[in-house]
Write a protein that binds this ligand. Structure first.
Ligand code: PLP
Length: 400
């Protein structure tokens, strides 16, 4: 087996170094860049070697649904970055979420989850899992008493997202982890909005962290991917077999793109965050903007918690354009540089109108309860010049 770059003590290296070198294995050619092993399977020198590989006596690869050298580099780099014992990559963020949940659930189990979740995550909890007699209580994520009150004798899992989409509300991860553990349940955190650089859920007590790598980790709009991070024991006892037998594997090509994405993750997130903070502050002064939400702004109701559990306010800004849906649509249609899209974390700045897209399946009452008004838009701030982005927003607001 080729030597893998895993520092003896990862704590001695800063994230920027791990993002460039973590997990790299080199073929006998000694290539500089990570090799792309675009192969389904592997060949063996002898029937005996093949037998040993299958028995697990020889640690090599068997089949790319089980594992692949390029995918393994991506997983190791993610584990080092997160400070997790183990990572497994998946075909998409949703493949990561459903694997993290389903691999440990059985009929009769109960989940407590923050209400403000990515749409497909809500579908899994509300529409899909009840088919197998797994029930969920949805709570207001900011209300710790609601988390406590929702616990049942059969509660197996807590699940949350923070900051939430699209209203950028926060959940106190450490406090919820404590409630989960007191109830004998595991806490799963979907950490997409914060990125692995700005928030470390495991240090706050989370047992499992999931990412859509499609977002900041690729960060350049190319590939779908996902990651589940957990303890070695959880992966061995639950996740590994589930992934092997059900097959939500990432393509080695996509894993390679993600590896290259990780090399520039901190540069991109830092710049995008800087621009997002500047845009949020300027937007707050615009007459046609009724409200701005950004976790590190002093007017965010949970700014203290944000500063406690995050290293920065993130790369997304949410704001309410005057004039409801018509105002938001006129604004979106007048943008020239910022594009209309539902993705986030991209190099390109992208604007979403949640009420008519990601959250359209909810009733107006349910949306109101979630704080998603018809004038609300979510801006994922990209890598363009912040002054150009501001100019674009200003000229589009003038048309509202
Ligand atoms: C995008 C996203 C997902 C799903 O990821 P895919 O890669 O699109 O499957 C899950 N959770 C959050 C918070 C997301 O933003």
């Amino acid at each position: 087996m080729a030597h893998s770059f895993i520092p003896a003590d990862p704590a001695t290296l800063h994230p920027d170094s791990l993002l460039v070198h973590g997990g790299t294995t080199r073929s006998p050619y000694g290539e500089t860049a990570e090799a792309l092993y675009l192969t389904q399977g592997f060949v063996y020198d002898s029937a005996e070697a093949c037998e040993a590989r299958f028995k697990g006596e020889d640690p090599g690869f068997v089949y790319s649904r089980y594992g692949n050298p390029t995918t393994a580099m991506f997983e190791t780099r993610m584990a080092l970055l997160e400070g997790a014992e183990a990572a497994r990559a998946t075909a998409s963020g949703m493949a990561a979420v459903q694997s993290a949940l389903l691999c440990q659930l059985r009929a009769g189990d109960h989940i407590v989850a923050g209400r403000a979740l990515f749409g497909s995550c809500r579908w899994i909890l509300e529409d899909f899992l009840p088919r197998f007699n797994v029930t969920t209580t949805l709570v207001d994520g900011a209300d710790l008493d609601a988390w406590r009150a929702a616990v049942q004798p059969n509660t197996k899992l807590f699940f949350l997202e923070s900051p939430t989409n699209p209203t950028l509300d926060l959940v106190d991860i450490a406090a919820v982890a404590e409630i989960a553990h007191a109830a004998g349940a595991r806490l799963v955190v979907d950490n997409v909005f914060a990125t692995p650089l700005l928030q470390k859920p495991m240090q706050l007590g989370a047992d499992i962290v999931v990412y859509s790598a499609t977002k900041h980790i690729d960060g350049q709009g190319r590939c779908l991917g996902g990651v589940v991070l957990a303890s070695e024991k959880f992966v061995t006892d639950h996740l590994q077999t589930y992934l092997r037998q059900t097959g939500p594997s990432i393509s080695p090509f996509n894993a390679w793109v993600m590896l290259k994405g990780l090399e520039t993750l901190s540069l991109r997130v830092e710049r995008q965050q800087q621009s997002a903070a500047r845009l949020a502050d300027t937007l707050a002064d615009f007459a046609k903007v009724e409200k701005v939400v950004y976790p590190f702004r002093p007017d965010h109701p949970q700014v203290e918690l944000a500063r406690r559990q995050m290293k920065g306010g993130g790369t997304l800004v949410t704001f309410v354009v005057e004039g409801g849906k018509a105002g938001a649509f006129r604004f979106a249609n007048a943008l020239r540089l910022i594009r209309i899209s539902n993705n986030l974390g991209d190099a390109k700045s992208l604007l979403t109108h949640p009420a008519t897209t990601t959250h359209q399946r909810f009733t107006p009452e349910a949306r109101a309860e979630m704080g998603i008004s018809d004038g609300l838009v979510r801006l994922s701030v990209g890598l363009e010049d912040a002054g150009d982005l501001l100019a674009d927003i200003e000229q589009a607001l003038a048309k509202v």
